[in-house]
Design a protein around this ligand. Structure first.
Ligand code: 13P
Length: 257
């Protein structure tokens, strides 16, 4: 039975109190979901990570970003050692907003991926093309570059600790247009083919999630596609009840009955 992944990036919206309330409600609502079939993860702000870890058992807690270095002259950054200290075993790297608002490069993303793996973390690598990339027909090339550079130096053994989130830049956030299920499937195939080129058979363990304006109206059609292993949700997940319904709907669409 194929495992499905559902996660949310809380971005910079919930303080510690709101994060804990949200997580407690989400955990209570999703308690009965079989974790062999459904993996659930939430990425709060740094300041809420410690309390988030203390307050949930069945939801994996991840960081939205981190520095590649263990320590040093990196004012304002958070080290993998600091996340380790909190027991955070999952980190997201290369989110579209990190790349496009804060100017992160593929090379920096690669250093962060390697740092996460060095610290025994699971790493969710985000990739996605811009609207211009799509217009000029270079989406597949952009995705391949982000993967080849982002995963440079990652061993086949470490592939087990990697997940990929495909989030086209033009699909994310309030002005985003969700990718059609056909287009998302096509890009997921590009990603899976590239992962196979990099890791060979070991790539089979890498889940590829779709993110970008996922909502209750499109979750079923997206998850039903063969190469979509999970959904990475922003706005439509920030109320626990709404996210719970979206997850159940999607699970039913992928695994009827
Ligand atoms: P939205 O679902 O709000 O478009 O955000 C997606 C996202 O950025 C998840 O990381």
């Amino acid at each position: 039975m194929k495992r499905l992944y559902f996660g949310s990036n809380l971005k910079m919206y919930k303080n510690v109190h709101d994060t804990v309330c949200y997580l407690k409600e989400l955990e209570a609502l999703t308690m009965d979901l079989d974790r062999e079939r459904v993996e659930l993860f939430i990425m709060p702000s740094f300041t809420a990570l410690a309390e988030a870890k203390k307050n949930v058992q069945r939801i994996q807690i991840g960081a939205q970003n981190m520095c590649w270095a263990d320590r040093g002259q990196f004012t304002g950054e958070i080290s993998p050692c600091m996340l380790e200290e909190l027991g955070v075993g999952l980190v997201m790297v290369g989110h579209s907003e990190r790349r496009h608002v804060f100017g992160e490069t593929d090379e920096e993303v690669n250093q962060k991926v390697l740092a996460g793996l060095r610290h025994g973390m699971q790493v969710l690598l985000c990739v996605g093309e811009t609207a211009d990339d799509k217009k000029y027909g270079i989406s597949a090339d952009v995705l391949r570059k982000q993967l080849l550079v982002g995963l440079h130096g990652v061993s086949g053994q470490d592939a087990r600790s990697i997940g990929v989130a495909y989030e086209p830049v033009w699909s994310i956030g309030v002005d985003g247009i969700p990718a059609s299920p056909d287009y998302a499937e096509e890009m997921h195939r590009v990603i899976k083919d590239c992962l196979k080129d990099i890791f060979g058979e070991a790539s089979g363990s890498i889940p590829v999630l779709y993110g970008g304006s996922v909502n209750s109206g499109n979750a079923r059609q997206l998850i039903a596609r063969e190469s979509i292993d999970g959904l990475f949700v922003g706005r439509a997940a920030w109320q626990a009840g709404q996210f719970n319904r979206l997850i159940r709907d999607a699970v039913e669409a992928k695994i009827p009955g």
